[in-house]
Design a protein around this ligand. Sequence first.
Ligand code: GTP
Ligand code: MG
Length: 212
Amino acid sequence: MSKASGEKKEHLYKVLVIGDGGVGKTSFIKRYVHQFFSVHYKATIGVDFALKLLSWDSNTFIRLQLWDIAGQERDGSMTRVYFREAVGAFIVFDVTKPLTFQSVQKWKSSLDAKVQLSNGQPIPCVLVANKCDLPKEGVVNNKHHMDEYCSTNGFLNWFEASAKENINIDESVRCLVAQVLDNDEANEWAKDSELVNTTEEFKPKKNTSGCC
Ligand code: GTP
Ligand code: MG
């Protein structure tokens, strides 16, 4: 959703943060929005929200609505409702728990099945390998393998991140938002050209008889 005020453009984007329980989704959001981190774990119930106001550049202002979906919701019936109208997503896993990486594909499949862009394409998704301040286990140690995994599974990119140490949190968000903006612009462009075509189609035929 976007609106232009003079030269400035304002956007409201719904972005999902999903992944297994305890991987650090809430911590990722709290770090990004409030510059805050807590070691205490309180599982999210259902869904939580946060809003980040972002001056992207001198012409672009973004309201980023972050939907923090509880890990336990993966097999629940509500995800279809929660995912609706999202334009981007983060899938988070815990680098110390390879099982949470195995779930990434399930989250991605569920995401792609339940929400698409208006042109039918999957919404852009960034993979966040969280808790990189701790010793890593499994595939995440192999950068080449992770790069390959991302391109095979349709991820925009992946980042080793730490909500605790504030590593790559802003970078992950910038990567996703840049793509969301690109998609939005392409969409507006497509709408505009559709409008031109429609106007062409309905252009009144030249009146040759001189009579209306
Ligand atoms: P659910 O709400 O149950 O889906 O979990 P969640 O993904 O929101 O996890 P949450 O952010 O609540 O974090 C779970 C635990 O991991 C908490 O104890 C956090 O302090 C801890 N944690 C989160 N991020 C990091 C990190 O980057 N490094 C370390 N060391 N711990 C982290
Ligand atoms: Mg949570």
